[in-house]
Design a protein around this ligand. Structure first.
Ligand code: NAP
Length: 287
């Protein structure tokens, strides 16, 4: 397979590192808007070559992986569309899927049979090619959300690509993905950003942060994530995220009322159920 990664950042660079060297991967070429991160991609071994011109990068390519933020997907699709070889498979790594399907449909006039929406459930709060690591996807899940239009062959090839990177690949519907990820990823990022922003607005925040410890560190690590990427995810998964925020707001009301009523029994019951759930499933998300 000859692979082109558009946007060699954390995810695109890590995929290049993971794929290069496999027998079935002939080359990984980078395409982007700036030379510097692409040159760096070659230096660190994530890319064989790089281009700023899609006609050069996409010549004789089998699979194109869009590693750009969700807000750039439509623009990048318009950029590469005239240069895509016939039958080239296109996939993405975006954290929300409905918006990607909408972008593909808007740019091409229909959902392409050769487009496989995908989302690696792996990452860090760091961005850019220098944050890329070869084992980012090892034993991590990658969710493919093929639509009714997606060909089985295209899905199988993207499946194979992620398996080569060490990931465990699953398939689900676009709606299911967006609803679940809203709860498990997008909502927690909202809470972390919101909490740190709340503190930032306090006049004595320096004093408060001096006394912050492990709990604050664990809860807010993801508030160091890239603001542009997260702006795009919130807007891209707007409906599901609004539902998750409403559910959480209702939950906070229950907690708030229990505190106001000094209802220790209610608090303990909620905390016990939460602890039991987290303890029972920790092996799935703690490595
Ligand atoms: P990143 O490290 O910031 O890399 C983004 C890459 O996209 C950079 O190479 C950037 O190029 C390029 N880019 C941005 N806008 C572009 C445009 N308009 N045209 C062409 N290239 C453009 O981001 P990332 O963390 O890899 O995230 C990329 C995607 O992966 C996002 O869709 C995100 O939702 C998804 N994702 C992220 C994580 C995570 O934990 N980070 C996890 C799973 C999925 P420049 O260097 O020129 O800016």
């Amino acid at each position: 397979m000859r692979v082109c990664v558009v946007g060699a950042g954390l995810i695109g660079g890590s995929l290049g590192l993971a794929l290069r060297g496999h027998q079935s991967i002939e080359s990984v070429v980078g395409l982007g808007r700036r030379a510097e991160p692409l040159k760096r991609g070659v230096d660190i071994g994530a890319l064989d070559d790089w281009h700023l011109d899609p006609s050069k990068a996409l010549a004789e390519i089998d699979v194109v992986v869009l590693g750009v933020p969700l807000g750039a997907i439509a623009e990048v699709l318009r950029w590469i569309a005239p240069h895509l070889p016939d039958n080239a498979i296109v996939t993405d790594v975006g954290s929300a899927k409905g918006c990607v399907v909408n972008d593909v449909t808007a740019v091409f006039g229909q959902m392409l049979s050769t487009f496989v929406p995908a989302h690696p459930i792996a990452g860090t709060e760091h961005s850019g090619i220098d944050a890329a690591v070869a084992d980012l996807f090892v034993n991590r899940r990658v969710i493919l959300t093929p639509t009714a239009a997606t060909s089985e062959k295209a899905t199988a090839i993207v499946h194979q690509l992620w398996a080569l990177a060490g990931a465990s690949v699953v398939e689900m519907s676009v709606d299911n993905h967006d609803r679940m990820l809203a709860m498990t990823s997008h909502l927690p990022h909202m809470l972390a950003f919101g909490l740190v922003d709340l503190l930032a607005g306090a006049t004595d925040h320096e004093e408060m942060l001096r006394y912050a410890a492990g709990g604050f560190r664990d809860f807010t690590r993801i508030a160091s994530s890239d603001p542009v990427m997260w702006r795009d995810i919130c807007l891209g998964n707007q409906a599901a995220l609004l539902e998750a925020l409403a559910a959480y707001r209702a939950d906070l009301e229950v907690l708030s009322e229990a505190v106001a009523q000094a209802d220790g029994q209610a608090l303990e019951a909620i905390f016990t159920r939460a602890k039991n759930t987290r303890d029972a499933y920790r092996h799935w998300f703690e490595t």
